[in-house]
Design a binder for this molecule. Structure first.
Ligand SMILES: [Zn+2]
Ligand SMILES: [Zn+2]
Length: 71
């Protein structure tokens, strides 16, 4: 396993969308454990976010759940 930065909160542990609430991707740690070697999620290209083409709001990537990493 490897420790990688949570893409959803950028390692802050704070939810980027609901400011001041703990990130529910990494549970406030800012980092998550992924299998070694870490592989970026191909669907969101490691950003953890997918922009909804309809609402234009950034939502959590369905491929990685918002972490930005393939698990
Ligand atoms: Zn996070
Ligand atoms: Zn993804």
């Amino acid at each position: 396993m490897a420790m990688v930065q949570c893409a959803w909160c950028g390692g802050t542990g704070i939810d980027d969308v609901k400011l001041s609430s703990p990130c529910n991707v990494c549970y406030g740690d800012g980092y998550i454990n992924v299998p070694d070697p870490p592989t970026k999620c191909g669907r969101c290209n490691g950003t953890g976010k997918i922009k909804d083409g309809f609402t234009r709001e950034a939502g959590k990537c369905s491929g990685c759940g918002g972490s930005g990493w393939a698990s």
